[in-house]
Design a protein. Structure first.
Length: 364
């Protein structure tokens, strides 16, 4: 097995590791040790399961004297992250007879991680869970930090809880089966860390765009480890998003609105975030908060990664704005957006004129 990189999320007694490297899903001893109780429920989707579910089941069963290992496979896609699917997972846990020492295992991308984590937060008022992310986006963002949720038709991630995993095991070998579109979507979250607080990393991503897109192992490992280190530090300082952690939502208020208005069947999450970051940069420039040249840098960097930079045709700016008003960062009915003063300088903005936001959405 090749060298493994570990980043720790420092949360006192709830501290946990993020292990990054190739071949980690084949480390049966490491995986089995993460589920000390009698019951294990492995949750995946019908895209990921054919590639990796059997070996993960074998790993958790290998040393499982008396252990019951169940599986629950969901249809793939954000449109499946619903209360109805969540209810089905709850029923599967009941059928398994899962007790309070159960471990839930999320094998897949962000949708599976969010759903499994929320189930772990709710089952018997909270049980252990482990993240085994298989997409770049999940490795660098959604598997780390304990945000779990499901969507409603009215908006994304509106029903959820903070519930930290016991560990994150990011097997970079799984990226070999990741579709190109999903790889590009994950790179939106990678460059986000540079955009919000690390100009040098932003420039590194720009300079290494071609290597990242051709899945160069060294470039991807560096991108994942650097992204996780940024997120781990922010989560350790602001676990429940009362301040600094809101910066991680750069592009997300716009992006979540696009996803919701499209019925979670249009742009995938990373693509929507890419458009959202461009809109945030344009709004910042239009309000005189940041140089227009930096908005251009953002657009150019995202285009070089093969990502969209414009609101999809046909979306109603008023519908997008109405959805943005349901964003979880908002306070007392007032929009709170993550804007920037330039590359590497994001901040929480309040009291932003909705007319200015609408003009950006409509590209007026």
């Amino acid at each position: 097995m090749s060298a493994m990189t570990t980043v720790d999320v420092e949360l006192g007694a709830r501290r946990y590791p993020i292990h990054i490297g190739p071949g980690l899903l084949d480390d049966a001893a490491r995986l089995a040790a993460l589920a000390p109780g009698r019951h294990v429920m492995i949750v995946s989707d019908d895209h990921v399961a054919p590639h990796y579910l059997a070996r993960v089941v074998a790993a958790f069963s290998a040393r499982a004297s008396g252990k019951t290992v169940g599986t629950h496979v969901l249809p793939a896609g954000e449109q499946e992250k619903t209360l109805a699917r969540f209810g089905g997972l709850m029923a599967a846990l009941a059928a398994l007879g899962a007790s309070r020492d159960a471990t839930l295992v999320a094998l897949g991308g962000g949708v599976i991680g969010d759903m499994t984590g929320f189930a772990a937060a709710c089952w018997m008022r909270g049980v252990r869970f482990v993240q085994l992310p298989t997409t770049l986006l999940a490795m660098v963002d959604s598997s780390v930090g304990g945000k779990t949720a499901v969507d409603l038709p009215e908006g994304k991630n509106l029903v959820g809880a903070f519930h930290q995993p016991a560990a994150v095991i990011a097997d970079t070998s799984t990226l070999a089966t990741l579709p190109d579109r999903e790889l590009r979507a994950g790179l939106a979250e990678v460059i986000k860390y540079g955009a919000l607080g690390d100009a040098a990393f932003f420039e590194w991503v720009q300079a290494n765009a071609a290597a990242l897109l051709r899945r160069d192992a060294g470039a991807l490992t560096h991108a994942i480890a650097t992204s996780c280190a940024h997120k781990a530090g922010i989560v350790a300082r602001d676990e429940t998003e009362t301040g600094e952690r809101m910066l991680l939502n750069l592009g997300h208020t716009f992006g979540h609105a696009i996803e919701a208005v499209q019925g979670f069947g249009g742009l995938v999450h990373g693509e929507a975030v890419a458009v959202g970051m461009v809109l945030a940069a344009r709004l910042s420039a239009g309000l005189g908060l940041a140089p227009r040249a930096d908005a251009g840098r953002m657009e150019a960097a995202l285009r070089a990664l093969g990502l969209p930079t414009e609101v999809p045709a046909g979306l109603d700016p008023d519908a997008l704005l109405a959805t943005m008003r349901l964003d979880k960062k908002n306070l007392s009915g007032t929009l709170r957006l993550i804007l920037w003063r330039g590359v590497g300088q994001a901040f929480v903005a309040t009291g932003i004129d909705e007319g200015a936001v609408r003009r950006v959405l409509a590209r007026e």
